[in-house]
Design a protein around this ligand. Structure first.
Ligand SMILES: C[C@](O)(CO)[C@H](O)COP(=O)(O)O
Length: 266
């Protein structure tokens, strides 16, 4: 069971984005579920990378601003690293992230954190038909267009995965030092987030994973692929939708933000 702190459950956003599901008369919410449960060991800094400041604002808040600004997102939930919940709430107040409704506890890996988030949403009264846009806290440059395309594609096909075509030649290596095998790049897609699902579908996938003993899939899309039987539709991502993992990524982020401050909001 996901532990969670709830903010404003009594004041669930109105289900009124004007888009009615074709098969029943309910309207559904579009909820950003931001995964910020990691401790950021690969960055080697004292504070978790999602809370590092760039341009006088924590990276996670840059990410939340993208969803805050989107007219079709009704609510934001964050799965947060233990001990940082109050800090996150304070930053959200400071930067006026009014759509933040729930903060859930992080899990022991990415799959577990997403599990906590989706079960937390269900416990908080969200519906199986609500759309959940699962997004890495450390992808702050996501565009409004990517969010719109995720919503539209998930509404149409049920599963939307952000991705970009692989332009590099790919080698397979067991040890990272040598290789004799190349993998044709034409069919390869590098996935990003958001990865978008109906709440009921992603919960069903996590239930099935539990039964099959799958506990540490790299991402929601890899979990769906491992389970099989789900056709995921790919939404064009962007090289700017960078995941901040290393100090080098941080330098690229700063450079991109210098060139086009807040361009992702347009
Ligand atoms: C979900 C993801 O962003 C898809 O590219 C990626 O798998 C996340 O990886 P991480 O290990 O959580 O950094």
């Amino acid at each position: 069971m996901a532990l969670h702190l709830c903010f404003g459950v009594d004041a669930l956003p109105l289900r009124c984005n004007g888009k009615r599901n074709k098969t029943n008369e309910n309207t559904y919410m579009n909820i950003a579920l931001i995964i910020a449960g990691g401790s950021g060991n690969r960055m080697g800094q004292d504070i978790p990378k999602q809370f590092m400041h760039v341009d006088n604002c924590p990276i996670i808040i840059h990410t939340m601003k993208a969803f805050q600004s989107h007219p079709d997102i009704q609510a934001i939930a964050v799965v947060c690293l233990a001990g940082w919940e109050t800090v996150l709430q304070s930053y959200s107040n400071q930067f006026n992230i009014t759509k933040l409704k729930w903060i859930f506890s992080g899990g022991c890996n990415g799959q577990d954190s997403i599990h906590n988030g989706i079960y937390g949403l269900r416990e908080a009264g969200c519906q199986d038909g609500d759309l959940v846009l699962v997004h890495d806290a450390v992808r702050p440059l996501l565009s409004q267009e990517i969010i719109s395309n995720n919503i539209a594609t998930c509404q149409q096909y049920g599963y939307a995965i952000t991705g970009i075509k692989c332009r590099e030649a790919i080698l397979e290596s067991d040890d990272g030092f040598s290789s004799t095998v190349s993998i044709p790049r034409d069919k390869l897609v590098r996935t990003q987030t958001p990865q978008t699902f109906r709440l009921g579908n992603i919960i069903a996938a996590h239930e099935e994973a539990k039964k099959k003993g799958i506990t540490n899939s790299v991402a929601s899309c890899t979990l769906m692929a491992e389970l099989g039987g789900r056709e995921m539709h790919i939404v064009p991502g962007s090289e700017k939708n960078i995941k901040i993992t290393t100090v080098e990524d941080l330098e690229i982020l700063k450079a991109l933000m210098r060139i086009q401050p807040e361009s992702w909001l347009k």
